[in-house]
Design a protein around this ligand. Structure first.
Ligand SMILES: *Cc1c(COP(=O)(O)O)cnc(C)c1O
Ligand SMILES: [Zn+2]
Length: 372
């Protein structure tokens, strides 16, 4: 059942739909089950948790995504476990969401879709669309890294470059979505049910325990909502004792959610957005912002902002440990280093840092910062 988060109207999952007639975001309610003995026998990808997914295994459009390594590492951030989600088929965690979302779009019989993205979601949706034989039109900001634009084009999708801000790209996609289905990763509730497999994997990899805290970057908030949904389902099934704290990180230069949090607001606040090296999370108007703020609050979590120099420091610290990520991903270790310095986390807490995207896709941007 698809339920509007604004007016509570419900819709069947039998027909394609990405938002409520009132314009509200949709939530997908399913009853998640976990058969530990059964899934441990299955292939090492996220479809092993199929009893907790909204799509049957037979309909899975898959590139073998999931079960990325969880690596314990000591550094300026203290001790933490790093989830290497940049080791996904298209180089970012977005593949979790795309795999489940595109599987559902295929079940709905769609053959042509539109998406807008700052790069990674577009590349991911382009790849899964190729796998599913769906025609994808991807709208990207003209400033998108050349490697991501190339990746989208090679998958056979049609990247359309839009000049101006990320918001201008969204507006152009919405306009085009009047005639073609809008397969938006920020609107689709199926995308969140794909991202929630991150919670299941952490639980399995930590020997069937929840961590004390999970640190994730947040732009639109699919990681926050995915972790929240996944851990709640585990809690509900009696498999964990409490929800881990979700620590959500934004770049100080574009922080509509973190600012709202500081001001005790329930909705994202308007911000004067400046360009940030963390371009993957520079989202001024997150459509599910209200739900993201509520999710962090429910886990007794918090929001942290990081400055540009802290992001670059985080990136360098990770690289000196052997991990090459994109600047957007580096906000998470940067925030952890800051929290440790302020005593904001227990020294013995099990902390997971989600590493979202590969540095290999942003080398053209990194050169601007490190070689100029
Ligand atoms: C999309 C993305 C994020 C943020 O995910 P949201 O769902 O927008 O919060 C973080 N890091 C990378 C590399 C991304 O591509
Ligand atoms: Zn509604």
């Amino acid at each position: 059942m698809l339920i509007c988060e604004h007016c509570a109207t419900s819709y069947t999952t039998e027909t394609p739909r990405w938002r409520c007639d009132c314009g509200g975001t949709l939530k997908l309610e399913i009853s998640a089950c976990f058969d530990i003995a059964a899934f441990q026998e299955r292939a090492m990808n996220l479809w092993r948790y199929v009893e907790a997914l909204p799509v049957p295994a037979a309909d899975a459009v898959s590139l073998g995504e999931g079960l990325t390594p969880l690596l314990p590492l000591t550094g300026p951030w203290g001790n933490a476990h790093f989830k290497l989600d940049f080791m996904m088929p298209t180089g970012s965690f977005k593949d979790r969401g795309s795999a489940v979302m595109i599987s559902q779009l295929k079940r709905w019989g769609l053959t042509e879709i539109i998406e807008d993205s700052s790069g990674n979601a577009g590349a991911s949706i382009a790849a899964y669309s190729a796998r599913a034989n769906i025609d994808a039109h991807i709208f990207i900001p003209a400033s998108t890294s050349v490697s991501k634009a190339m990746q989208i084009a090679l998958y056979g999708a049609k990247p359309t470059k839009i000049s101006g801000t990320r918001e201008d790209t969204i507006a152009a996609a919405l306009e085009a979505a009047q005639s073609i289905f809008y397969a938006s990763h920020s609107w689709s509730p199926y995308f969140i049910h794909g991202v929630k497999t991150l919670a299941f994997e952490l639980w399995e990899q930590l020997n069937f325990r929840a961590p004390d805290a999970v640190i994730v970057p947040v732009g639109n908030g699919s990681l926050v909502l995915g972790c929240h949904t996944g851990f709640r389902e585990l809690l509900h099934a009696g498999l964990i004792e409490r929800l881990p704290r979700i620590i959500a990180v934004q770049a100080a230069r574009c922080a509509p959610l973190a600012r709202a949090w500081q001001q005790w607001m329930n909705d994202p606040v308007p911000v004067n957005k400046e360009t940030s090296i963390a371009d993957g999370i520079a989202i001024a108007t997150p459509v599910r912002g209200r739900a993201v703020l509520a999710a962090v609050r429910e886990t007794n979590g918090l929001f942290v902002t990081v400055e540009e120099n802290e992001i670059l420091e985080g990136l360098k610290a990770l690289a000196s440990a052997g991990l090459y990520v994109e600047p957007t991903s580096a906000v998470a270790p940067a925030a952890l280093a800051k929290l440790r310095a302020e005593g904001g986390l227990g020294a013995n807490d099990t902390v997971v840092v989600e590493l979202t995207g590969s540095g290999l896709k942003t080398t053209d941007k990194l050169i601007e910062f490190f070689e100029s």
